[in-house]
Each structure stands twice: as structure tokens, then as C-alpha cells.
Design a protein around this ligand. Structure first.
Ligand code: AMP
Length: 392
């Protein structure tokens, strides 16, 4: 795969895929511009090197229809403020004769922002005809949208077939460098911490980590499907009944491979999440019928800390409890601090885990915070992504 330093862009029309999927408020003002900032180095580099820059992104889920509430116009306005020396043109559409003309008229160092690429359902269908129209007039394809690389969509994958030269932008390059370090040759001991609501979304990553990690520390609601699969009573805790079998088979594989698969030793219990009150901290089974587990308890925190302290590589995805409620956030916040204090190479991925890292105030002491939740999980599970393969 090529990177920006490997390609010449002067005078060429560059089709750049970014992730400008920013949250907008009811007045269509950008609430958080982290994603715009994340791709600015790539945009600036391409403009400074004389590219005629065509930028594309999705925003929200317009489901293949034009929707003014999901227009990228607010992003174009913000780009004009951030790139004061650049002409930023907002295209009225994604494809078509008018857009083609705007592309053809672009001068070196100018930026044309296309409309929300998901206004066309052909985008998510990865339609070849649509991909060809997106690529119209462009000689170089640069992908900097790591958070979309697990999707085989037209602007991520399809377009690559119609543009001869391809490269990864700086953001994608950084993600691949960091994630491949924990995927392809992790320094041992490798400790994976997995939490969150459901096993369902994380089966491939769990199955992959059973083959790579030395220790798997489990928390969140997910733990209770595993605990129930061991035949223990978990009270009202969330359980995915249809995943008990796969949970048992993952634990069996871990045992065969000699991977330490560790479940919580004690549990913070409540009668309802809404009560925001701890009813009991229990360290034996069965958990009371009327209570549900919402956080890991102090014994679990101490036990997990021991493993995290001895790690050389750490991957963390998913909160270890209902961290949005202060009374149930202690486990997640404490573990965030322990991960930050460790000397290991640490990677955190996923929106909720990132929020927890910020809540604990330790973001600057994590080696790499991945910008794509779903994409980072898939990368770790499969060692690559459709959007990365398309650049090769
Ligand atoms: P995920 O998107 O799978 O990472 O799940 C994140 C969500 O899991 C957060 O909203 C947490 O509140 C929720 N969660 C974590 N632990 C529990 C638990 N023990 N019971 C219910 N929900 C939980």
C-alpha cells in the first residue's frame, strides 16, 4: 500500500475520501469537529502539493435520499474558516454533469466538497456504475476515512477500480501502523480488555483474540452471557440467551489455547439502572434474582490491575459497566487509569471506551486511540479491512 509521500499529486485531480460524519445540532451547527480536524493534515498536505482536491464523505444515514438536514454544507463553511487561503467550493450534488464541470474547472490547491455520498443508495450498494461516476475526472484516489474502511461502499472500495493511482492518507496510515502492531506481532504479554453491551457485535474479535492474546479480561453486560454459560445464576443481568453456546465455545477454545479468560470476581448490583443506586456488591453466585449487575466490583478491579500492570501490549474495547451513570462508572474509570499508567503499548477503540478514557482524563497517556470503533474491531479480527485492500 502506498502512502502520501509515495505519490505525486501536482496538477492532478485527487479523489479524497474522508470521514466528515460530524454531529450537527438542530440549527445544523457542528457540535464536535474532531473528525474534521483528524483529516486536516492530509487535506493540507494535498493542497500544498498542488492537488486539485475533490473531497467526499458521508454524514448520518440519509438512506439513499437527498436530505437537507444531512447536507455537508456546514462542513464546507467550517473548512473555509480553517483553510483561509484555499478556495472551498461546495458541490450541489455528488455526481452528474454539473459536478463533473466543477471538477474539470478546479485549479491546483482548490478544494471541491461533494455532497453527502449517502444521498445515493448506490453508495452503500457499492454499485460499479456509481463508482465510475464518482471517479470521473480523477487520477488519484486517497482514502483517509479509517472509520469507514470496514464498509465495502462505492466511495471506499468501488471507486478504486476506476482510478489508477491510490494511497492512504495520514490518518489511515497512523491507524494501520498502530493497529498492525497489536495484530501482527504483539509484544507479549498481550492483555485484551473487552466490555460493552453485547457479545453479538464482538464474536469475530473474541475469536481472533483467543488466538493472539495471553489474557482476556471481560466486563460489561457481556460478561453475564459468559457467566450464565458456565451455569451460574446472574439475576436480572443482561444475557444474550441465543449466544450461550458460542460463549461456551469461546471459553473452551481459550482453555485449550492456554489463554487466561477472566470473568468478574465481584459485581456491583442495582435494582434498576434508573435508580442510580448500588443495592449490593456480591462476590458469590447465584446473584440475587431481583438485581442486575452494572459494574465490576473492587476485587475485580484489583485482579484486572495485576494483569494490566504486567502487560506489554493492551487492547481495550467497551466499557466495563454502565459508565454513563456515575455510581456505576468506577470500574471503567479505574481501569482507564490503570491502562494509562501502564508502560505497555495501549490501544483503545470504540466510541464508549473513548468517552470513558476522556471521562477518566487520561487520553494523553494512551498510545493510540482509534478513531473508528467498528473499523478497529474488524481490523483486529481479520488483520485488514475492505477499504485497505482496495488501496493495494
Ligand atoms: P458497546 O457499544 O457494546 O461497547 O456497549 C456500550 C454500552 O454497554 C454502554 O452504553 C454501557 O452502559 C453498556 N453496559 C456496560 N456494562 C453494562 C451492564 N453491566 N449492564 C447493562 N449495560 C451495560
Amino acid at each position: 500500500m502506498k502512502f502520501l509521500q509515495d505519490i505525486k499529486v501536482k496538477g492532478k485531480a485527487v479523489f479524497l475520501r474522508v470521514d466528515f460524519n460530524v454531529p450537527l445540532d438542530e440549527n445544523l451547527k457542528i457540535r464536535d469537529e474532531t473528525r474534521i480536524q483528524a483529516s486536516l493534515p492530509t487535506i493540507k498536505y494535498l493542497l500544498e502539493n498542488g492537488a486539485r482536491l475533490v473531497v467526499t464523505s458521508h454524514l448520518g444515514r440519509p438512506k439513499g435520499q437527498f436530505n437537507p438536514k444531512m447536507s455537508l454544507k456546514p462542513v464546507a463553511e467550517r473548512l473555509r474558516e480553517l483553510l483561509t487561503e484555499t478556495t472551498v467550493i461546495m458541490a450541489p450534488d455528488v455526481i452528474g454533469p454539473e459536478v463533473d464541470q466543477l471538477k474539470a474547472n478546479l485549479k491546483e490547491g482548490e478544494l471541491l466538497l461533494l455532497e453527502n455520498v449517502r444521498f445515493y443508495k448506490e453508495e452503500t450498494d457499492n454499485d460499479p456504475g456509481f463508482s465510475e461516476k464518482l471517479a470521473e475526472g480523477c487520477q488519484v484516489f486517497v482514502n483517509d476515512a479509517f472509520g469507514s474502511c470496514h464498509r465495502a461502499h462505492a466511495s471506499v472500495v468501488g471507486v478504486a477500480a476506476y482510478i489508477p493511482e491510490k494511497a492512504a492518507g495520514f490518518l489511515l496510515q497512523k491507524e494501520v501502523e498502530h493497529l498492525s502492531r497489536i495484530t501482527h506481532n504483539p509484544e507479549k504479554p498481550y492483555v485484551a480488555i473487552l466490555g460493552g453491551a453485547k457479545i453479538e457485535d464482538k464474536i469475530p474479535v473474541l475469536e481472533s483474540l483467543v488466538n493472539k492474546a495471553d489474557v482476556m479480561l471481560i466486563g460489561g453486560a457481556m460478561a453475564y452471557t459468559f457467566i450464565k454459560a458456565q451455569g451460574r445464576g446472574v439475576g436480572k443481568s443482561l444475557v444474550e440467551e441465543d449466544k450461550l453456546e458460542i460463549a461456551a465455545s469461546i471459553m473452551k477454545k481459550a482453555e485449550e489455547k492456554g489463554v487466561k479468560f477472566i470473568l468478574p470476581l465481584d459485581h456491583v448490583l442495582t435494582s434498576t439502572i434508573d435508580s442510580q443506586e448500588i443495592a449490593l456488591v456480591a462476590d458469590s453466585y447465584p446473584l440475587p434474582e431481583t438485581l442486575m449487575a452494572v459494574d465490576i466490583g473492587p476485587k475485580t478491579i484489583a485482579e484486572y490491575e495485576k494483569y494490566i500492570k504486567s502487560a506489554r501490549t493492551i487492547f481495550w474495547n467497551g466499557p466495563l459497566g454502565v459508565f454513563e451513570v456515575k455510581a456505576f462508572s468506577k470500574g471503567t474509570v479505574e481501569i482507564a487509569r490503570v491502562v494509562a499508567d501502564s508502560a505497555a503499548f495501549s490501544v483503545v477503540g470504540g466510541g464508549d471506551s473513548i468517552a470513558a478514557i476522556h471521562q477518566a482524563g487520561v487520553a494523553d497517556r494512551i498510545s493510540h486511540i482509534s478513531t473508528g470503533g467498528g473499523a478497529s474491531l474488524e481490523y483486529i479480527a481479520y488483520g485488514t479491512l475492505p477499504g485497505i485492500e482496495a488501496l493495494k
